[in-house]
Structures are given as structure tokens and as C-alpha cells.
Design a protein around this ligand. Structure first.
Ligand SMILES: Cc1cc2nc3c(=O)[nH]c(=O)nc-3n(C[C@H](O)[C@H](O)[C@H](O)COP(=O)(O)OP(=O)(O)OC[C@H]3O[C@@H](n4cnc5c(N)ncnc54)[C@H](O)[C@@H]3O)c2cc1C
Length: 593
């Protein structure tokens, strides 16, 4: 089934739910002309539908091959990549000084959703390049930027991000790759990285690897990690490609999904050591890597949104065609499309509304990150940075959980055909699975939310957000629109639950850390479903006066469904946070007995 980017839904979420329009009006985006957003997204939708979507199944079926130290991608992929860069899609939010278009991250976030929906395994490659650009731009020396940044921004070369080793996954500080200082100021790196996405491929002439390694005299743990830029081919003074560097793919993984995205074991040092250049300062690599990871975490959240939307579109189309049974009350022969059945309607609305909520949360994160660097006022920038930091783990984990749930429902709507590869529903389900694991598992995101983001300023970022959400709920309550049903009451209760759970966790995060950690995952879910519910309600209110919106009552219906079916679970999530720590921490008798 083909893919159509839901431009109206995207624009509503971006402009209203995520607050792009208000930020533009407040002048936080300088001279960026918000009117071009729709045109950019229309073109992105066309490119995704025409070029990327048709390759999604091809990539899944062919996968990739490693032969003689070289990875070959699926048929049509190198050509699609060339068309991608030629059309300028790699450069959407890249810095203008290095060949980028300088558009807001928020606009690129919407594009990332579109690439992920059409072909998530393809979109993953530029997603990581974008993170590499951010890290190099923020922390690299002028010399490194001059040589590498433009090629990465245009997409002529791609970037990788190399943290993981077999003994160092979530615990990055355990990594053992070694870096030795060389007399010319460069470094020689030896070690083995695993699970490296697009560690090698045939879509570009060169690949720029960003690798974490340890100097001989480095302190233990994460305080002794440095970041190195290691090109696949060294670059001559005139910019031409030189010798092959000592970093090779020595294995590729066979995976549940994302077959078209190479996941490589990368070996450095079989020929004397890979030549690398320091990014940032020695032993300060984690700081640089966090720049990359935060960007990538939002990107992976958008993968969740994209896969969810694709799965929804496919399930909706199937439900309109497949005929089984009769609608209650209908007489005579024949069968109705399954979409008449309340259980199918429930699943489709669940899919649609979960996707919409995750989308708004991701876009709001992008807007906050934009304002944190673009606004003139330092206080506005600092507040936006705190908001972006708070929302990043929610954007990543909530949205990728949603991607999985929606893809699961997509299979269910298809019945037996969902389990058969032919329909494509199964591919979405398989592809979605990794998004909850890489870029920091969703468990690690929940821990980040509770122990760092909530606790960072004694909850101030959360209280500020709750105030804003409360104002939206008030508007729903006073709108007197019966179509909202019990939305206002459900959201009001959820805000109370989120506030209570936040306070409970804050009181324990240092005094009883295991109790706080036991509640981290349900807390993130409570956070996402409360935030998402309020955002959807805000969008539904805004849709009435938005010229792009289409029928505003559709958005009221989506917001209502979400509040009454998803946000309504806030009360039990709150109880799970506050009442289940003993059961979790007392589980050793069961698990270890
Ligand atoms: C397809 C694919 C692509 C990838 N791409 C890249 C890439 O490009 N670059 C790269 O560097 N890495 C990449 N990775 C690695 C990925 O980021 C890691 O797999 C992930 O971070 C988890 O690490 P791990 O697999 O070692 O799991 P582990 O760290 O062993 O975790 C196992 C389980 O324990 C939990 N856990 C671990 N520590 C804690 C803790 N302190 N508290 C609570 N729970 C904990 C985890 O949440 C998880 O549920 C990729 C992996 C895959 C499968």
C-alpha cells in the first residue's frame, strides 16, 4: 500500500499543539517565514510517496550483504539516496554556512516523520547523519568543520554514531576501545564496536564515523571517554579522497526488522590503528555524544510516529475493503466492511489518536529545541532548553512505545492476513520493535526522565508545563461543546495524577531511589498520555480557526477518544507509580528464589 503524508494533521500539530505559530508570533524564529512550511511538507510528502515508499518492501525482502569488507544495500537504494541529496532533503535544517537551508528543526522533524513513515530503514541513515552534523557543528574544531561539515550537511557523505561494544550497551562507560595520541596531533584508534547502523554501505563515497574511545591515561567510566571523527577514507588537502582508513565492517546482523539498514560490527586497528581526530576535548566525549544522542532520540521518537501513521493508513484502507459479518441491525444477505464493527472502530481510533498524540509531543520537543538556540532573549532560551530536555525522553520512549502498539493493532485489524508478509502490516510491526531499544532503551529514557529531568530543578520544568496544560483544559471545560464529551474532566483528573506522581517521585529520587526507579516506566506513560491528551484537545480547539485544518470536528473526535480511552488511565498509572514499589523491589524472592 502506498503512503500519503497527512499534511493537514501534521500542520495542525506543528502550528498549534507544538506551538510553532505562537513561537513565530513571539519572534523566536527570527525572519523564518512560517508560510513556507506547508509547501516544504507537500514536497516531502511527494518525494516520500514516489521514491521512498516503493522501496520499503524491496529493502525488507532483499536486506543488505557484506562481501569482501563491503556492504551492499538493496536494489534501488543508492539511486534513491542520490535523488534524496540532489533534492536537498538532507540539508533541510543544516547550517546555512555549510550548505544547509537553515530551516527550523521543527520543520525537519515533520519531514523525519514523513521519511520514517514511507521507509523507516532508509530514513535512519540521514537521521544519524543529522546527529553527526549537530555534534560536529557544536563541538568540532574549525579545521574539522571545514573538511567534513558541508559534505555531511549536503549528504554527500553520511555519518555514523559508534558507542556500543559487546560489554558496553546501556552502560556506555564500560567501553574499551583505545585511542593513542600520534605525533601529528591525530590519534590511532583500536577496538571493536557492535550494532553500528549504516557502519558501511554503497550509497556514498565516504562515511564519517563518530567513535567513542578511551585514552591510556583516561579516568574510569564516562568521565574518561573521548569522541573521535574517523573517516572511512582519509581526506587529502585538496578535498579529494585518500587512503582507506583502518575501520572495517567485519560482520552484519540478521535482524527481526529494519532489514535494509546495515547493522555492522566495526573493527578498528587490524592495520595499525584507525586515524582519528578529536572532537571537543579529551575525556569530554560524553558531552559531545549527548548532543548527538538528544538529536537522535527525538529522531527515533519520530520513527515511532512515522511507522505508526503508516500502519494506521494501511489498517484503515484494509478495514474499508475487507468484508466480514454484518453491522448490528442490518438485515439480508451480504457482508459489510469490517470498519462497521465497533471493535474495529476502537482499534482504528486507538491507532489514529495514539499516533496524533505522539506526533504532537515530538514536534513540541523540536520547537523547544529550536527556541533554545534561536530566541534572542537568554531567559526564553534557557526555559526552552529545560523544556526540550524534559520532553526528549518522553518524545523518544512514549512515541516508540506508541509505534509498537499501533503496529501491533495494525496486524490485528488485518486478522490472519496481518500475519502474512504479503500485506506489509507485519513489516511495520517488525520494523517498529527496535525503536524502543536503540538510542537508549525506553527503560533508560524513563530513568532519565525521573532522575535527571524531573529532578533537575526540583520539578520546576514539570510545574511550568502543568500550568500550561491546565490552561488548555480550562478552555475545553468552558467551550461548552458537547462533542468533547467528558474530555475536560478526564484531562483535569490526569493533570492531578501527574502532579501527584511527580511529587511522590521527587520525594524519593534521592532518599529511596529504588522506589523512584520502580515507578519510572509507568510515570513516563502517565506523562505522555496526559501531555498528549491536553495537546490534542488544544489542537481541536485551534482547528476551528485554522485555515489549513479541514473539518475541525474530526479533531475534537480524536481528542475526545484519546482523553476517554487513553488519558483516562492516568489514575491507575499514578497508583502504579506510588503503590507498587514494594511489589517491584520485593520481587527477588520470586525472580531469584
Ligand atoms: C538494530 C540496532 C541498531 C543499533 N544502532 C546503533 C548505532 O548505530 N550505534 C551504537 O552505538 N549502538 C547502536 N545500537 C545499540 C543500541 O543502542 C543498544 O542495543 C541499546 O542501547 C541497549 O544496549 P544493550 O543492547 O547492550 O542492552 P543492555 O544494556 O544489556 O540492556 C538490557 C536490558 O536491561 C535494561 N537495563 C540496562 N541497564 C539498566 C539500568 N541501569 N537500569 C535499568 N535497566 C537497565 C535495558 O533497558 C534493557 O531492557 C543498535 C542496536 C541495534 C539492535
Amino acid at each position: 500500500m502506498t503512503y500519503r503524508a497527512p499534511i493537514n494533521d501534521i500542520l495542525l500539530a506543528l502550528n498549534h499543539g507544538a506551538g510553532l505559530q505562537a513561537a513565530l508570533a513571539a519572534g523566536h524564529y527570527g525572519d523564518f517565514d512560517g508560510d513556507i512550511t506547508a509547501a516544504v511538507l507537500e514536497e516531502a510528502g511527494k518525494f516520500a510517496g514516489d521514491v521512498l515508499a516503493p522501496l520499503n518492501k524491496v529493502g525488507d525482502e532483499h536486506g543488505i550483504k557484506l562481501d569482501d569488507g563491503k556492504v551492499t544495500t538493496a536494489p534501488g537504494w543508492p539511486d534513491a539516496y542520490q535523488r534524496w541529496t540532489a533534492a536537498g532533503w538532507n540539508a533541510v535544517s543544516g547550517p546555512e554556512a555549510f550548505g544547509g537551508q537553515g530551516l527550523p528543526l521543527a520543520v525537519n522533524a515533520a519531514c523525519t516523520e514523513i521519511w520514517s513513515a514511507s521507509n523507516v530503514a532508509f530514513g535512519l541513515c540521514p537521521l544519524l547523519t543529522l546527529s553527526a552534523i549537530e555534534a560536529l557543528d557544536a563541538h568540532g574544531s574549525e579545521e574539522l568543520k571545514q573538511i567534513y561539515l558541508e559534505k555531511l550537511v549536503t549528504g554527500e557523505w553520511t555519518g555514523t554514531m559508534q558507542l556500543t561494544e559487546s560489554q558496553a550497551g546501556s552502560d556506555v562507560g564500560a567501553l574499551r576501545s583505545r585511542a593513542e595520541r600520534a605525533p601529528d596531533g591525530s590519534y590511532r584508534i583500536k577496538g571493536t564496536k557492535i550494532f553500528i547502523t549504516y557502519g558501511d554501505h554503497d550509497m556514498t563515497d565516504n562515511i564519517v564515523h563518530f567513535v567513542l574511545a578511551r585514552l591510556p591515561d583516561a579516568p574510569a567510566g564516562t568521565r574518561g571517554i573521548s569522541l573521535f571523527l574517523i573517516p572511512k577514507f582519509l581526506v587529502n588537502a585538496d578535498g579529494s579522497l585518500g587512503a582507506r582508513n583502518d575501520i572495517y565492517p567485519t560482520g552484519v546482523e540478521h535482524k527481526l526488522g529494519m532489514h535494509a539498514s546495515p547493522t555492522c560490527t566495526m573493527t578498528m586497528g587490524d592495520h595499525g590503528g584507525a586515524i582519528g581526530y578529536l572532537v571537543g576535548e579529551e575525556n569530554a566525549g560524553m558531552r559531545c555524544m549527548f548532543t548527538m544522542m538528544n538529536q537522535a532520540r527525538l529522531g527515533v521518537g519520530l520513527e515511532g510516529v512515522g511507522v505508526a501513521d503508516r500502519a494506521y493508513q494501511q489498517a484503515l484502507a484494509y478495514a474499508q475493503e475487507r468484508r466480514q459479518g454484518r453491522a448490528v441491525g442490518k438485515e439480508g444477505d451480504g457482508m459489510d466492511p469490517i470498519i462497521v464493527h465497533p471493535d474495529i472502530k476502537r482499534m482504528l481510533m486507538q491507532m489514529r489518536s495514539l499516533t496524533a498524540a505522539a506526533r504532537s509531543i515530538c514536534y513540541a520537543t523540536a520547537v523547544a529545541l529550536d527556541i533554545s538556540v534561536r530566541a534572542k532573549d537568554a531567559k526564553v532560551r534557557a526555559d526552552a532548553a529545560a523544556r526540550g530536555a524534559l520532553l526528549t525522553p518522553v518524545a523518544k520512549a512514549f512515541s516508540t512505545d506508541i509505534g509498537n502498539e499501533v503496529a501491533y493493532l495494525g496486524v490485528q485489524v488485518h486478522g490472519g492476513m496481518g500475519f502474512i508478509e504479503e500485506t506489509g502490516a507485519a513489516q511495520h510491526y517488525r520494523d517498529a520493535r527496535i525503536t524502543a531499544i536503540y538510542e537508549g532503551t525506553n527503560g533508560i529514557q524513563s530513568i532519565d526522565l525521573v532522575t535527571r529531568k524531573l529532578a533537575a530543578n526540583s520539578g520546576a520544568s514539570v510545574w511550568a508545563l502543568l500550568d500550561e496544560l491546565s490552561a488548555i483544559v480550562k478552555q475545553v471545560e468552558t467551550s461548552n461543546d458537547p462533542a468533547f464529551g467528558t474530555t475536560g474532566a478526564k484531562l483535569r483528573d490526569a493533570l492531578g495524577s501527574l502532579e501527584h506522581a511527580s511529587k511522590w517521585l521527587l520525594e524519593r529520587v534521592t532518599s529511596a531511589p529504588n522506589d523512584a526507579l520502580a515507578g519510572a516506566t509507568p510515570y513516563l506513560r502517565l506523562f505522555g498520555s496526559t501531555l498528549g491528551g491536553c495537546m490534542l484537545a488544544g489542537e481541536a480547539l485551534a482547528a476551528r480557526s485554522d485555515r489549513n485544518g479541514g473539518d475541525p470536528q474530526r479533531y475534537v473526535a480524536v481528542a475526545r477518544f484519546f482523553a476517554e480511552n487513553v488519558t483516562v488511565q492516568a489514575g491507575s498509572l499514578e497508583k502504579t507509580v506510588t503503590d507498587s514499589a514494594d511489589a517491584v523491589n520485593g520481587a527477588d524472592a520470586v525472580l531469584l528464589g
